[in-house]
Ligand binder design. Structure first.
Ligand code: ADP
Ligand code: ASP
Ligand code: MG
Length: 402
């Protein structure tokens, strides 16, 4: 018996039958004597549909109004889930983000949670109510609704688990846990019994959408043990925690990220301070730069290539045009690229990892455009058309079919 925070993603509540299924998971736990707070995402593709609706009316809608609109998806699903629990005769209350005490910063569209003021939640739990919370949303210092960025309900759940010192935080989704690659794409991807926060953070940041990366950051910060598991099949999932058993394997997963643009700046002066000038201007506009490659200077010039998120590609190009006296054709933005990564702690002590990955790509005739490494991952940038083939080849190299 204890306090359990559960989170159910969009596909877990996509239709009436799925909502009833989720209600039964919650009720089963409540009947065992647990207190349950369940965070819920918008049903199915609701968030995408709302984004499309907005674009029909005003493609340049303000982020404030977008947040007001998108938060409605979770308002609907939380009320519907509460109704399903009511129908079974159990005491339940649904709360929107602001009612559940979520205070965020003012960055509409990707707000960060500042605090969760837990009084109302505690009060409802004290009355033995099942509490359903609309995920993905909060209130900023102007009392305006904010949203936490795509996939943000995971973070809502971890934040509640931290604020209430919950005994468990369960993230229910449409797969059975965290796998060595996306199990929908790679048939023999293996489910991990455990994974560390740092490894999960890399997987999530590098494209494994099963957990939102901010939720993992928060879980690590507040030491919340998270279990990722299926809402459709009641089997053990994956535990995300500080120290995990290695299960013999060094590599934990292979990921694909297609939200990448590669920007090449050709022929900048080969003098000190150029990289500083370039990246300081990008940083001033909050543009995050990922992989950076600079050529060796020749004939008094050098080339700098780097990657940014797709949404920042155009802005980055216009900043460079303003900052350097270069012909338009010297600044190239290529959005047809993908980043493939292998993730696993302890890589620096296993020198064969990079060559194994590169060999797998070579065997499929896949050209590597850029490489970046750290002690926990190796990433390569390749043509987006070859991304799925690359993930399959690299996964097979590290996890041969058994
Ligand atoms: P939810 O709606 O429950 O938040 P998401 O769609 O955000 O679910 O995340 C679950 C999906 O993440 C899975 O359906 C799966 O296709 C995808 N995924 C990508 N990489 C992985 C991985 N390494 N392990 C598990 N799932 C993954
Ligand atoms: N409904 C939001 C989204 O689609 C939040 C979430 O699913 O976590 O991104
Ligand atoms: Mg998600």
């Amino acid at each position: 018996m204890g306090l359990i925070v559960m989170k159910f993603g969009g596909s877990s509540v996509a239709n009436a039958e799925r909502v009833r299924n989720v209600a039964s998971i919650i009720i089963d736990s409540y009947k065992k004597g647990n207190d349950v707070v369940a965070v819920v995402s918008a049903q199915g593709d609701t968030t995408d549909d709302l984004i499309e609706k907005a674009a029909e009316i005003n493609p340049k809608a303000s982020k404030r109004e977008m947040d007001s609109l998108l938060s409605a998806g979770e308002q609907m699903s939380s009320a519907l889930l509460a109704m399903a629990i009511e129908a079974e005769g159990y005491p339940v209350v649904s709360l929107l983000g602001w009612q559940a005490g979520f205070k965020t910063d003012n960055v509409h569209g990707s707000a960060r949670i500042k605090t969760v003021q837990p009084e109302r939640l505690k009060n409802e739990i004290g009355k033995r109510n099942i509490v359903i919370v609309a995920g993905f949303q909060g209130l900023n210092s102007f009392d305006d609704i904010t949203t936490l960025g795509r996939g943000g309900s995971d973070t809502s759940a971890v934040a509640i688990a931290a604020a209430l010192h919950a005994d468990r935080c369960q993230i229910y989704t449409d797969v059975e846990g965290v796998y060595t690659a996306d199990p929908r794409k790679i048939g023999n991807a293996k489910k991990l019994a455990e994974i560390t926060y740092d490894e999960m953070l890399e997987l999530a940041t590098l494209g494994a959408q099963v957990l939102n990366n901010r939720s993992v950051e928060m879980a690590k910060k507040y030491n919340v043990e998270v279990e990722v598991l299926s809402s459709l099949k009641r089997v053990p999932g994956t535990i995300v925690k500080e120290v995990a058993k290695m299960e013999k394997m060094l590599i934990r997963g292979v990921t694909k990220d297609t939200d990448v643009a590669r920007i090449s700046v050709i022929g900048v002066p080969n003098t000190p301070g150029i990289a500083f000038k370039l990246f300081a201007k990008l940083a001033a506009k909050n543009i995050n730069v990922d992989i950076i490659l600079q050529s060796v200077g020749r004939n008094d010039t050098k080339d700098i290539t780097f990657t940014v998120a797709k949404a920042n590609g155009e802005l980055a190009v216009s900043i460079i045009k303003e900052s350097f006296d270069l012909a338009d054709e010297s600044i190239i933005c290529d959005t047809s690229v993908a980043k493939i990564s292998v993730v696993g702690a302890g890589m620096e002590t296993h020198p064969g990892t990079a060559s194994k990955m590169f060999e797998a790509l070579y065997e499929k005739d896949i050209n590597i455009q850029m490489i970046s490494t750290s002690e926990i991952k190796i990433s390569v940038l390749i043509d987006i058309e070859q991304a799925d083939k690359a993930v399959a080849a690299v996964h097979k190299a590290f996890f041969p079919e058994d």
